[in-house]
Design a binder for this molecule. Structure first.
Ligand SMILES: CC(=O)SCCNC(=O)CCNC(=O)[C@H](O)C(C)(C)COP(=O)(O)OP(=O)(O)OC[C@H]1O[C@@H](n2cnc3c(N)ncnc32)[C@H](O)[C@@H]1OP(=O)(O)O
Ligand SMILES: N[C@@H](CCO)C(=O)O
Length: 306
């Protein structure tokens, strides 16, 4: 939340220079408050796990958030029960007449397919197009970041020589970016993917900025200069044991798996990995909700019907 202090207090200039959000009296007086309308388009097979992880982060905010869970109507989920989807989920066509303050699109285990082979690709393209005029800010996670960058900006997906798998240290590229407010100079994030996005395609696009990256894992946070689209290549939402679960799963399937990097204490898979990314994850989501959604979205959000 912003701090409201008198315009003439010396701290105001100092804090503004440090990328701290300071609100002046006139804006504070005029600010109307209502619950935020956020949808999560959940493309993960393990929907209940992902719901919980994302809601935990969205819930850590003083803002009231009204959450709608969405699943793609053009895909029949094998791993989530129809009963769960019927009880708790909607599809895009049921909500597309209303605008959203924020939209989160999750990862999906389809990164090694061509985008066009994904069963819900046409539907996702429709949602991406709609989001440009009907959502204040959209956050795309992992595969959704690759898909969004490809759809909106033609950024190519690139196969990695080996899976980017582990918990990596990251640094920020720019000061005075609202999404990065309060970030430590070095912070940690899990990555778990076989593909990356083309740096060349991103760097040559003046509408895109690389906000944070990792020497080992590459680009992490990419955003449009207007903040309407955020692309997150890692999984800050993961639970402490998510990477272990993926590692054990793949070993059980008989795959040759390298240990997740910088994860198990002393690289011993019998030891419990500590979560060293939780503070970062909470800050990323609360900064997004506050500065890219709440402070930007209009109070009267729905289109006026004459
Ligand atoms: C790069 C990222 O974004 S990382 C995020 C993805 N990570 C994860 O999903 C981790 C958890 N998932 C898993 O471990 C596995 O997917 C499991 C255990 C749930 C299931 O794996 P498998 O049995 O090998 O594969 P299965 O045949 O059930 O298909 C898995 C999923 O792939 C996706 N998928 C596969 N083919 C397609 C396709 N043509 N189009 C769209 N989705 C597809 C679906 O999401 C499918 O699950 P769903 O039908 O329940 O949505
Ligand atoms: N995080 C994913 C990567 C593959 O999409 C997994 O290992 O399940």
């Amino acid at each position: 939340m912003p701090i409201k202090i008198p315009d003439s207090l010396p701290a105001k200039e100092i804090l503004s220079g440090e990328n701290i959000f300071v609100m002046d009296d006139s804006l504070a007086f005029h600010q109307d408050i209502r619950p935020l309308r956020i949808a999560i388009l959940n493309l993960m097979p393990t929907k209940e796990t992902t719901e919980t992880q994302l809601l935990r982060l969205i819930g850590n905010s003083p803002l009231q958030v009204d959450v709608t869970l969405l699943h793609p109507r053009s895909h029949t989920s094998k791993n989530t029960s129809a009963e769960h989807l019927r009880s708790f989920y909607k599809t895009f066509d049921e909500i597309s007449h209303r605008r959203l303050d924020g939209l989160i699109v999750t990862g999906a285990p389809v990164e090694q397919m061509e985008f066009e082979e994904v069963s819900y690709w046409e539907e996702l393209k429709e949602i991406f197009e709609w989001s440009k005029d009907n959502v204040t800010s959209t956050m795309h996670i992992c595969w959704a970041a690759q898909a969004g960058l490809y759809h909106h900006f033609g950024v190519r997906k690139v196969a990695l020589p080996e899976k980017c798998f582990g918990v990596f240290s990251h640094t920020i590229n720019q000061n005075n970016i609202k999404l990065l407010r309060g970030f430590d100079e070095v912070f940690h994030v899990p990555h778990s993917r076989h593909t990356d996005v083309s740096r060349e395609d991103i760097e040559s696009n003046p509408d895109l900025q690389i906000l944070a990256e990792s020497e080992e894992a590459g680009m992490y946070l990419v955003a449009t200069t207007d903040g309407k689209q955020i692309f997150v290549t890692g999984h800050s939402e993961y639970d402490p044991l998510s990477l272990k679960w993926e590692y054990d799963r793949d070993l059980e399937r008989g795959m040759e798996m390298a240990l997740p990097k910088h994860y198990f204490p002393k690289d011993d898979p019998e030891r419990t990995p500590p979560a060293v990314w939780r503070a970062h994850a909470n800050l990323l989501f609360s900064n997004w909700l506050n500065y890219y959604v709440y402070q930007e979205t209009p109070y009267d959000i729905d289109p006026i019907v004459y």
